[in-house]
Design a protein around this ligand. Structure first.
Ligand code: C5P
Length: 135
């Protein structure tokens, strides 16, 4: 059996806005918006992986909270999960992405409707809209 690797993404909500990052590669998804994150290294916890990825990709220090319910099989050996995160230090900037932006519920719905979200991340839209309605 092949070990399953995890891609961990951060759901950062503050002031009723969600942080999205615009991919710069590969060509199929360049220009689309995602929850920022990346692959956990073997032996690395999801929480540590997310803290490391968000430090590298956005230049922020975060604390990590509960997972979103949906997880997405990217391939047979790769699963995508999202963890809620809270920025403790720093202002997000696009280090590896093309851009970052904070979106409210209407903007998230619009990006989803126009097909501008990375396909795998669309599974999280209902849960993210619920979070945006309460925080
Ligand atoms: O960002 P990175 O290229 O390390 O991501 C690894 C894999 O996870 C890629 O296939 C990417 O498209 C996918 N991914 C995703 N949604 C995210 C983050 C990564 O589908 N929010």
């Amino acid at each position: 059996m092949t070990a399953r690797r995890v891609v961990v993404a951060g759901a950062i909500v503050a002031d009723r806005r969600l942080l999205l990052a615009q991919r710069s590669y590969p060509p199929e998804v360049a220009g689309m918006w995602e929850l920022p994150g990346g692959k956990a290294e073997p032996g690395e916890s999801r929480e540590s992986a997310l803290r490391r990825e968000l430090r590298e990709e956005l230049g922020v220090e975060v604390t990590v909270g509960a997972a979103l319910k949906e997880s997405v099989a990217l391939r047979h050996d790769l699963v995508l999960v999202a963890l809620r995160a809270h920025i403790e230090d720093g202002t997000p900037r696009a280090v590896e992405h093309r851009a970052v932006r904070w979106v409210d519920a209407d903007e998230l719905r619009r990006l989803h409707a126009e097909g501008s979200l990375v396909p795998a991340d669309t599974a999280w839209v209902p849960e993210l809209l619920a979070d945006l309605a309460k925080r």
